[in-house]
Design a protein around this ligand. Sequence first.
Ligand SMILES: Nc1nc2c(c(=O)[nH]1)N[C@H]1C(S)=C(S)[C@@H](COP(=O)(O)O)O[C@H]1N2
Ligand SMILES: [Mo]
Length: 240
Amino acid sequence: MKSTNNAPDQLHRRSFLRIAGMTGAGWIMGTSALTLLEGGVGKLFMPLNDRLDALLLNPQKPVPEFPTSTIEPEALITNTFRFTPMIDLNTFRLSVDGEVKNPLNLDLARIQQLPLTSMVIRHVCVEGWAAIVQWGGVRLSEIVKLAQPKPGVRYVYFQSADGYYESWDLASALHPQTLLAYQKNGAPLPVENGAPLRLAAPIKLGYKQSKWVTRVTLTSQLLPQKGYWEDQGYEWFAGL
Ligand SMILES: Nc1nc2c(c(=O)[nH]1)N[C@H]1C(S)=C(S)[C@@H](COP(=O)(O)O)O[C@H]1N2
Ligand SMILES: [Mo]
């Protein structure tokens, strides 16, 4: 993925999404998530902790999923820009930190005790390909709840073992189909696809979906470093 000029890429992405058969509904979902993030009327009288609590207590509407018969096992192209990190599964811990009352260090056994959610969604990469994939894992919202975020939290940062980093708006991170996945197409997640844990969600472009996630940080501030590709000119929200 080359990353110098933003505008032509935007055009490319829009026309590509049309070709890929994304309906207007996809854009409406993206817009409503953005509207929620930006505030709207609620902002004037609703304290921030109500916003956070509302997102945690009333899950957003799920995006329609695909039947398992439409999974395209060969279509998911491995897209790794740096290297595939070596992760020792026995010592692996997911740390959850930042503005939380209960910072966490979870091993894989603990993560796999949490409810398993499975979904069949379309993965869309800006480079011009897409794939219908089944992902299984834990909802990120489950993990965020365990960490007990403080009221001002609005963003979630993800650090990966290959040095990749990403930031998401809170509403997208708490969406019921935003998973930390450890299964792909019904089998354990292969290392090239991000094992032991990767983000998977039908509401964001491929580059938002960090592989080899080791650290989740909840914050009230978006740092100047927004993401590996974003810091080279790509769009931050990157909603589908
Ligand atoms: N840590 C990390 N996460 C990453 C990437 C990467 O290079 N490193 N590439 C991104 C891009 S652009 C895409 S399209 C998807 C590809 O996922 P896949 O390799 O499992 O197909 O991973 C995303 N997450
Ligand atoms: Mo991508």
